[in-house]
Design a protein around this ligand. Structure first.
Ligand SMILES: NC(=O)C1=CN([C@@H]2O[C@H](COP(=O)(O)OP(=O)(O)OC[C@H]3O[C@@H](n4cnc5c(N)ncnc54)[C@H](O)[C@@H]3O)[C@@H](O)[C@H]2O)C=CC1
Ligand SMILES: O=C(O)C(=O)CO
Length: 325
């Protein structure tokens, strides 16, 4: 009999068939307690779990005593209780690299659209306001040769630095846990402490994972240190930013504009003050959302689960140490 796994995300047929060649697959809509209760026996017997954007915590793991590997269709894994997985020797696989270039494109789109007010002026054209040659009230600010501060110089940070430096002649400042010699060699990026980055950057881009250390890393104090002409971009995770402090900084003109792909609460509540600000471009967490990349992420997650359940964790494993226990 094939081992049993649970799938909590819809997959294209060919990827579903790839899984079914190895496992008996039960599809569920989500991992909520009522769903788990409804399929209690399947959860109790499953050795694998594949999906995205749901909390995988101690309460769920208690219902899955045979679980050996989880595979998320994402690079970020802040919704997993990694300590609880480690304590139970359960592998966690994720999808770095396949989405890097696409997410960097999205960040660049946020930089360009906020600086050049693309969404705002396009809406004005659609509203019939373009009646004569435009004046300064339609103008934006330049992107090329401005200074970009990247907080989190990882895979996506590097791909962003490449676009900005090689494509737009932009000098790069960066803050990370340690200096990144490759970023310095390839993109002449300059390592600096966070305060210096905030004071000197025209664009401040966050592309950080959400951890205990990065939660609310950006708040009132950080926005106060930025230039009043600066544009703030967040494409990492919403809770890295104190959103209320961001709203206040935007309303008070402490910073010029914001481009946001992620929020403290997703979907963003329709009554969020962010949606009333013309200088905010708010996207529905589309960093990796192209047909090609979402397919490649799903394929990677499928292969990751097959590998993990065969004990192969040379790549894409968050906690390979559990195999050595
Ligand atoms: N908006 C979206 O759709 C997407 C968002 N993401 C988010 O972007 C994050 C980064 O992805 P990758 O670049 O692939 O990850 P990565 O692991 O390659 O890079 C993260 C970087 O942040 C740095 N870092 C961690 N804590 C830090 C701190 N306290 N201060 C300064 N630097 C710190 C790390 O050293 C690392 O260089 C993911 O964890 C995910 O949360 C990723 C993909 C899509
Ligand atoms: O992969 C991630 O972490 C995302 O946020 C969506 O691609």
């Amino acid at each position: 009999m094939k081992p049993s796994i649970i799938l909590y995300k819809a997959l294209p047929d060919d990827l579903l068939h790839r899984l079914e060649a190895h496992f008996t697959v039960t599809q569920v809509p989500n991992l909520r307690p009522e769903t788990v209760q409804q399929h209690a026996e399947v959860f109790a017997n499953a050795v694998g779990l594949l999906g995205s954007s749901e909390a995988v915590n101690e309460a769920l793991l208690e219902k899955m005593p045979k679980l050996r590997a989880t595979s998320t269709v994402s690079v970020g894994y802040d919704n997993f209780d990694v300590d609880a997985l480690n304590a139970r020797n359960i592998l966690l696989m994720h999808t770095p690299t396949v989405l890097t270039e696409t997410v960097a494109d999205t960040v660049m789109a946020l930089v360009l659209s906020t600086a050049r007010r693309v969404v705002e002026v396009a809406d004005r054209v659609k509203a019939g306001e373009w009646k004569k040659s435009i004046g300064p009230d339609w103008f934006g600010t330049d992107v090329h040769h401005k200074t970009l501060g990247i907080v989190g110089m990882g895979r996506i940070g590097m791909a962003l630095a490449q676009r900005a430096h090689c494509g737009f002649g932009i000098p790069i400042l960066y803050n990370a846990r340690r200096p990144h010699p490759q970023a310095e060699e390839r993109f002449s990026a300059r390592y600096c402490d966070l305060d210096t980055l905030l004071q000197e950057s025209d664009f401040v881009c966050l592309i950080l994972p959400l951890t205990d250390e990065t939660h609310h890393l950006f708040g009132k104090e950080q926005f106060a240190k930025m230039k009043s002409s600066a544009i703030f971009i967040n494409a990492g995770r919403g809770p890295v930013v104190d959103e209320q402090a961001l709203i206040v900084a935007l309303q008070a003109g402490e910073i010029h504009a914001a481009g946001l792909d992620v929020f403290e609460q997703e979907p963003l509540p329709v009554d969020s003050p962010l949606l009333t600000l013309p200088n905010v471009v708010a996207l529905p967490h589309i960093g990796s959302a192209t047909h090609e990349t979402r397919f490649n992420m799903a394929a990677c997650a499928v292969d990751n689960l097959i590998d993990a359940l065969q004990g192969k964790v040379e790549k894409n494993c968050v906690n390979p140490q559990v195999l050595r226990k």
